[in-house]
Design a protein around this ligand. Sequence first.
Ligand SMILES: Cc1cc2nc3c(=O)[nH]c(=O)nc-3n(C[C@H](O)[C@H](O)[C@H](O)COP(=O)(O)OP(=O)(O)OC[C@H]3O[C@@H](n4cnc5c(N)ncnc54)[C@H](O)[C@@H]3O)c2cc1C
Length: 451
Amino acid sequence: MMSYKIAIIGSGPSAFYAAQEIFKSEQTIAVDMFEKLPTPYGLLRGGVAPDHQQMKTISKSYDKIASHPNFRFFGNVTVGESVSVDELTDRYHAVIIAIGAQTDRQLNIPGEDAIGSHTATEFVAWYNGHPDYQSSIFDLSKRSAVIIGQGNVAVDVTRILAKSTDELKQTDITNQAISILENSQLTDIYMIGRRGPAQAACTELELKELAHIHNVNVQVHDDLVLSENDQLEMDASSKVRKNIQQLTTIKATGALDSARKTIHLMFYLTPVEIIKNGQNIQKIRFEKNKMQGDFGHQKAVPTGEFIDLDCDILFRSIGYRGVPLNGVPFDQKSATIPNQNGQVLEDNGNPCQKLFVTGWIKRGPSGVIGTNRSDSIETVRQCLASIESTSIAIDSDVQELLELKNIRSISFHDWKIIDEYEQAEGKRVGKPREKLTNIDDVFNVLNNGVA
Ligand SMILES: Cc1cc2nc3c(=O)[nH]c(=O)nc-3n(C[C@H](O)[C@H](O)[C@H](O)COP(=O)(O)OP(=O)(O)OC[C@H]3O[C@@H](n4cnc5c(N)ncnc54)[C@H](O)[C@@H]3O)c2cc1C
């Protein structure tokens, strides 16, 4: 029986589900996974909120996939920079791109560059210990924070800003984040949506969590009177129904006098300008919206009425966006890699023989971790069908290339040493782990046993 070699770029959920599906094949297939960070798991480690530890246990199922004898992990290897995609296609029968969506969408309004105006991506990556974001500075020394967006990521940011550090100290949030959050003087956190309560992108569970943060009030700035079309949306969707129920419960709950902070949920507002004092953020100007259009096609339309909101720190959370990978076609409009059933398409629409794509960079930044499984199954099926119909010349092993280029990669065995170290460091202070947040510390642990 023929044996094949497949490279996967990225090590997030979609990458692991692709490897899992490959190993189900009757063919003997070796999988090499390349990750630019020293650590695996993508947004499961660097995105999923630290106070959602249960979710992070999904990594155990990925470890099982990684324990397959035909699996190798190459952390600390950025494809498109230190190793080119062509160098991989020379050495593998197929290359599956699973690099996620690594940046965020812009508001494209004046003042977005003000000091104090941040993206949710930056904040999330910072508190989750992503090495590229550890020098970010978040000034929480004033009163009011505004989060623009009402998706689950916006709720995560709101919750992390609102929770007491006593609660967060029991999670794997970084020490640095704890020390900044500990001194936070924020009293008011505004989470603002363009559309109405019936269109809020977050889920009931996330709203419920906000409502249960110790000593924090949640105020709904809307009368929750639903239009006829909203009512139809509610009848058609249990998610909408549950969200409205939850918002109604929150609205009916009396405010605590002892509350440390208030979360304000505001709707029907589009930011149009960030007003600065010098270089610093001072206020955000919003235009009020109303919903217009038939059931199923309602859109937020501006009313010409404006309000200004004081803002000391802003987090823009209006969605993630894919970035191009050198040497691979990219559709700027959708910020994804064009493909058919996961097989990458050239600009002229012809399939690229050896290139495949999965996860957020394939379908855009939507869906939960489990959504990536079916996505990767589709891609791997397409990939295996294509491999089986093509014979490909294979060059040398990638290990030689990495040595030639003087790249010190991190194996899965290395990662397990780091993992144990992080867990032991965390245990000393009652946390599930204390993450290593820079590559020097990672190599120190691997070389000397201490960071
Ligand atoms: C803040 C946040 C919180 C979330 N919380 C939840 C949650 O609680 N529950 C849930 O179900 N879903 C959650 N999600 C969604 C979930 O994280 C995604 O569905 C999933 O991570 C997408 O998987 P992916 O493999 O496509 O991308 P990613 O997880 O982003 O993985 C991509 C990987 O590729 C690597 N990479 C990028 N470029 C290169 C390169 N050039 N060379 C080598 N490696 C590269 C990256 O470092 C990364 O490790 C959350 C998402 C975000 C943003």
